[in-house]
Design a protein around this ligand. Structure first.
Ligand code: NAP
Length: 680
């Protein structure tokens, strides 16, 4: 079978035989992959020329597209599992890759709700730039007009692609994906289904199964390159002159020597000790240890070294290695024979300064499969008793089921050892001692992309050391590549240009479609509460009647609420406070504001479901007069959850309460749900 590339909307076979791809379980040939004859330049042009399809969609439309894609791929998942078997993966390994990848599409689809129903988003808060407020600043983020180029490692052929394209597609940017060649047949299978679904607009996704050497010769300033793989390849690609000449962002996720530390309190017999051993076993054997986040360094209080070594050995001895399709097999094969050779050579390097305390490079049993032709390796536990002197454990990565235990004396030594990895994706600390957890985390965070704390409280529900979560940043400093991906909204920002905008409040309102304080307000006729969602315009305002605040108001509000705070109730208690007389409750001012701005008759407004950014900015005393300007600040369209759901949207209103001098005394944003037309 000749696996094809997906370029310019067509399936294209390479013009030569290319690389032979093998089944990791039994060594059989499954096909070839080649990219010869592909014109990478044309692929970039095609993606750029068609990029407007995604750019012109709103975040909500892109998010719904991701959901449709996730549902579609979910319906095909059993077919993907069958293909995944050849990569050496167990059902659990494939679940992480396939369903974990689809889960990312779902997660980024849901993230649309954190964005406006626009093609761009407004970032952060308004910045005042002038004395009278006639000149302000803000930020917007618009989709880049280039291509996201994803160069991926061999270990997660599905997740590696989906966790990345979920983000660039939500941002409105097309992608070219280059999976590692040896497992590209699984990525190809998924892309075939994506293409067949017709869900993504033209030009959104292209695939290169064979080598992509030379691809970076075509990048331009609006493109973004992400790389996941070995640090050496990453560094080589990162120094490509074209990236420098065109200021192209390059996000690197490289190998890292992740650590797991057992706290001094977590002695045998505690829940933490058991959780620690379970986590180590899991991280060493899931995906046969071929995870960028896998635990490579295990740090243990020196008095617990023997206990830990024995317990890990016992846990690993339950790992049946072999063909994952056979019942009871817990660990499959590495991705290929080349990987076995690579890991074995790294283990030999490590053994120059460490001892092997569990497992063997050749003496182990394989159930089913073909031990000689398949890509098998036993879990290997090493021990380094002088971790401050023997540095190989901190810089040689054996990308397989290999980990090293090492002792530490004081917590500060554990922090120092964790940092000797010179930058990792993740570090776990297993302890029930809150002070130790805090000291370790604050001490070690500078060198880690993520710190995972495990104890009896989180043990049952923890997603584990090895799982990057879509809404949290994945990446790490230094050796781990210095990159950042996913992370919810943060990840989307990598594919967008953030632009500062400056002008008058009315101009900034016109650009952002969010009312900026000080912009022109248009008196609404009829009252805003009588208008349906579609008819409300940002800036529509109701200026209310006035109300003179009395002592009786304060006393009555204290009675209703039970809030008898001295500043409201006792005029003789105010010495040494900022108040000159009994002050009205802030909540009274807001409640009275509602009494002034609400139009009470039944109408399109369904409910008020919250208040944001409320501030009481000036004391209100008996005798003062307050009025309200209620202004449409922002509209957020909502999707119907079912056929019989009421069609509606969220309207945010700015409530500006001012006194007889015109000063604002309270300001808040209220959140309402407003019906669309023709719902009665
Ligand atoms: P690799 O050899 O560095 O290859 C990574 C990717 O780069 C592959 O797709 C490869 O394609 C491509 N590539 C190599 N040379 C290229 C060139 N000149 N131009 C364009 N593309 C090129 O890494 P790997 O063996 O696949 O993956 C294992 C390593 O990745 C481990 O060290 C592991 O720690 C690391 N990793 C890190 C993360 C993370 O998130 N930090 C995740 C997974 C893996 P070909 O296959 O065609 O050569």
């Amino acid at each position: 079978m000749k696996f094809k590339n997906y370029a310019l909307g067509e399936w294209v076979a390479g013009s030569d035989e290319g690389q032979t791809l093998f089944n990791a379980i039994n060594g059989e040939v499954i096909g070839t992959a080649s990219s010869s004859g592909l014109d990478f330049g044309d692929m970039f042009t095609y993606a750029r020329d068609n990029g407007y399809h995604l750019r012109n969609m709103t975040f909500h439309e892109r998010g719904r597209m991701l959901k449709a894609l996730a549902l579609y791929l979910n319906s095909k998942k059993e077919d993907f599992y069958k293909t995944s078997w050849a990569t050496g993966a167990t059902r659990v390994d494939s679940w992480i890759d396939i369903e974990g990848g689809i889960g990312n599409l779902f997660a980024y689809s849901s993230l649309r709700r954190q964005f406006p129903n626009e093609t761009f988003y407004v970032d952060g808060d308004l910045v005042g730039l002038s004395k009278t407020g006639s000149f302000i600043g803000h930020h917007i983020a618009v989709p880049k007009e280039g291509v996201a180029v994803h160069i991926n490692a061999f270990n997660f052929p599905v997740w590696g692609m989906l966790e990345k394209i979920a983000v660039n597609l939500l941002a409105g940017v097309p992608a070219i994906v280059k999976p590692a060649t040896i497992t590209s047949y699984l990525t190809e299978h998924v892309v075939r289904e994506i293409a067949a679904s017709g869900i993504l607009p033209k030009g959104s996704l292209q695939l290169i199964c064979g080598s992509a050497r030379g691809i970076l010769d075509h990048v331009e300033s609006q493109d973004v390159v992400t790389f996941t793989g070995s640090a050496s390849t990453g560094r080589m690609l990162k120094s490509h002159p074209r990236l420098i000449d065109h200021s192209v962002p390059f996000n690197m996720e490289a190998d890292s020597l992740n650590a797991c530390i057992l706290g001094q309190d977590a002695v045998p017999g505690t829940e933490e000790f058991d959780l620690f051993i379970k986590e180590i076993r899991k991280e060493m054997t899931v995906k046969a240890g071929q995870k960028c986040t896998a635990i490579r360094r295990i740090m243990v209080p020196e008095n617990l070294m023997e206990d830990v070594q024995i317990a890990i050995g016992q846990a690993l001895s339950k790992t049946t290695i072999g063909d994952p399709q056979i019942e009871g097999v817990r660990m499959g094969a590495l991705a290929g024979k080349e990987q076995v050779a690579e890991v074995s050579s790294k283990v030999s390097e490590l053994l120059k300064s460490s001892q092997l305390v569990y497992g063997s490079l050749d003496q182990f049993e394989v159930v089913g499969g073909d031990k000689t032709k398949g890509a098998y390796l036993s879990p290997l536990l090493l021990r380094n008793d002088a971790p401050f002197e023997n540095m190989a454990s901190h810089n040689v990565e054996a990308f397989g089921p290999v980990s090293t235990i090492m002792p530490y004396k004081e917590l500060s030594d554990a922090v120092a050892l964790a940092k000797l990895g010179l930058g990792s994706l993740v570090c776990s600390f297993v302890s029930n001692d809150r002070k130790a957890v805090r000291d370790f985390t604050i001490g070690a965070a500078s060198h880690h992309g993520r710190i995972h704390i495990l104890n009896r409280e989180s043990g049952k529900e923890s997603t584990g050391h090895g799982s990057p979560m879509p809404m949290l940043v994945h990446g790490g400093p230094g050796r781990a590549g210095g990159g950042e991906e996913m992370g919810g909204k943060r990840g989307v920002a990598h594919y967008m240009q953030r632009t500062a905008i400056q002008g008058s409040p009315s101009m900034i309102t016109a650009i952002t479609n969010q009312y900026q304080y000080g912009a022109k307000q248009v008196e609404s006729e009829p009252h805003v509460f009588r208008k349906h969602f579609e008819d409300l315009v940002v800036g529509d305002t109701v200026t209310t009647h006035k109300h003179s605040v009395t002592e009786t108001d304060i006393t009555n509000f204290a009675n209703v609420s039970g809030d008898n705070f001295y500043a409201h109730m006792d005029a003789t208690s105010l010495e040494g406070t900022i108040f000159e007389q009994r002050v009205a409750h802030g909540y009274f001012v807001l409640s009275k504001a509602a009494g002034l701005f609400v139009d009470p008759k039944k109408g399109p407004v369904l409910l008020n479901y919250g208040i944001e950014e409320a501030r009481f900015t000036k004391p209100v005393y008996p005798g003062m007069t307050i009025g309200v300007r209620l202004t449409v600040k922002e509209k957020v369209d909502q999707e119907k959850r079912s056929e019989d759901d009421i069609a509606k949207g969220i309207v945010k209103f700015l409530v500006d309460v001012y006194d007889e001098t015109g000063d604002t005394v309270a300001i808040a944003t209220i959140l309402t749900m407003v019906k669309k037309r023709n719902q009665d």
